[in-house]
Design a protein around this ligand. Structure first.
Ligand SMILES: [Zn+2]
Length: 433
């Protein structure tokens, strides 16, 4: 008798004992449950459900874990203790109109390595508990299947993972150190970096070889340098949650030379972890020199420490293509994007102009998109709604109340404005706490 058959037998036995139902009855309930879930439920998963419905406490803890090398296709209801070697990008998918989430991991013990697939709330738990490479997971109640001719471990219904409850020094260690931004050079595969989000750009979509893709770039700073990072495709949803000032650990990225130095690329092997355990960072470099407003020169990117003196009048938005985020032209009743053609329903992009003042002087500064959202502490969606309801003038009054008089550190590029005078285009803003 295999261990899994044995434990299902003992589960059925426990249910019979505790529920005053006959063995045949319990088996029939398990079979019915399995057929209701059309083969998606394992024998032990069904037994667990029945036990739960009947109020029977099934303790599957055998106290012994199966070694990775001993896992075979069809193995069911085993516990595995293993170290997290890699966490891949989580993937969202849709099946029969329902949305789901899955995440693949590589885990290993001293006998071998296996792919672990987590689903739905277990993926959320992975993030909530900030599971990282190097952590040890006790995987309770797993089954083994085969995918693309490779063994794949997953948790059964009623199964769970427990973080760092047991240690095992004999397990292999993932061979990645967390790098400083300055240590990044082109050609690194599988890099881990910790830092603070310095700036987030807008999402962009593209088409390559007939397939649609999307990307989102951001800047990551630590005490040594600033690096441009780009999240691709599946990871864009995660990257969209990033805000300036957040502490993040990036795992599994690769590097390559970009226009402004080495860039970090986050592909399907990478992940972003917010506020990771055990990391601290006090000061980060901003990448731009601090200057007084009166001394600014056209073309340079600088940082000013200034007070927001005034919000300047304007429409607070312009219309953009929902597909490529470029500005659209209104022609008659319709809208046209230079790149995509006619646009049915344009999206909006925020634009807020302010006057910044330090002790040396003052200058107009324009905030676009994400920077505008950070400045006024409202999302584009909120503003779209409020612009329709109240119009820009009333909103400017509200923004004035919230923002005028506040001190902030603003990173910006100096350019020539429409009237020939110098003006700033904000790249990031951080309010004085
Ligand atoms: Zn477009």
């Amino acid at each position: 008798m295999s261990p899994s058959t044995q434990s299902i037998e003992s589960a059925v036995g426990k249910i019979v004992e505790a529920s005053s139902k006959s063995r045949e009855e319990v088996q029939r309930m398990i079979d019915e449950k399995k057929s209701r879930f059309s083969g998606l439920l394992t024998e032990s998963g069904a037994a667990f459900m029945i036990a739960k419905e009947l109020g029977v406490n099934l303790d599957f803890d055998s106290g012994t874990e199966t070694k990775v090398a001993g896992l075979k296709e069809g193995t069911d209801n085993v516990d595995v203790l293993a170290r997290v070697m890699h966490v891949f990008s989580p993937k969202s998918f849709e099946k029969n109109g329902k949305k789901g989430l899955l995440c693949n991991l590589l885990v290993a013990d001293d006998s071998g390595e296996v792919r672990l697939t987590l689903w739905h709330h277990d993926v959320a738990k992975l993030w909530e508990q900030k599971v990282e490479r190097g952590d040890i997971l006790l995987l309770k109640n797993c089954s083994v299947s085969t995918y693309n001719e490779k063994k794949q471990l997953s948790l059964n219904y009623g199964g769970q993972f427990i973080l760092n409850k047991k240690k095992n020094a004999a397990f292999p260690e993932p061979n990645t150190a967390v790098l400083k931004v300055k240590e990044l050079k082109a050609g690194i595969d599988n890099a881990d970096v910790f830092g603070k989000i310095a700036r987030v750009f807008d999402e962009r979509s593209f088409e390559r070889e007939g397939r649609n893709g999307k990307l989102l770039s951001f800047e990551l700073a630590d005490e040594t340098a600033v690096a441009r990072c780009t999240a691709w495709n599946d990871l864009v949803e995660e990257a969209k949650k990033l805000r300036q000032g957040m502490l993040v650990k990036i795992e599994g990225a690769y590097t390559k030379d970009g226009l402004r130095g080495v860039e970090l690329q986050l592909g399907w092997q990478a992940r972003i972890l917010q506020n990771p355990r055990g990391f601290e960072l006090d000061t980060v470099v901003s990448g731009a020199e601090r200057k007084e407003i009166a001394k600014l020169e056209e073309g340079e990117t600088i940082e000013v420490k200034a007070k927001i003196k005034e919000i300047l009048p304007g429409k607070l938005h312009y219309l953009v293509c929902p597909n490529c985020s470029k500005k659209v032209e209104q022609i008659g009743e319709g809208y046209v994007c230079e790149q995509c053609g006619e646009v049915e329903e344009p999206n909006i992009n925020l634009i807020v102009a302010v006057e910044l003042q330090d002790k040396s002087g003052s200058m107009r500064c324009v905030f676009f998109g994400k920077q505008a959202e950070t400045l006024i502490e409202k999302s584009r969606e909120e503003m779209k709604k409020e612009l329709e309801e109240k119009g820009p003038d009333a909103l400017i009054e509200e923004i004035k109340e919230k923002v005028v008089g506040r001190e902030a550190t603003v990173e910006a590029r100096v350019k020539k404005g429409l009237g020939g005078e110098k003006e700033l285009v904000a790249r990031s803003i951080q309010f004085k706490q």
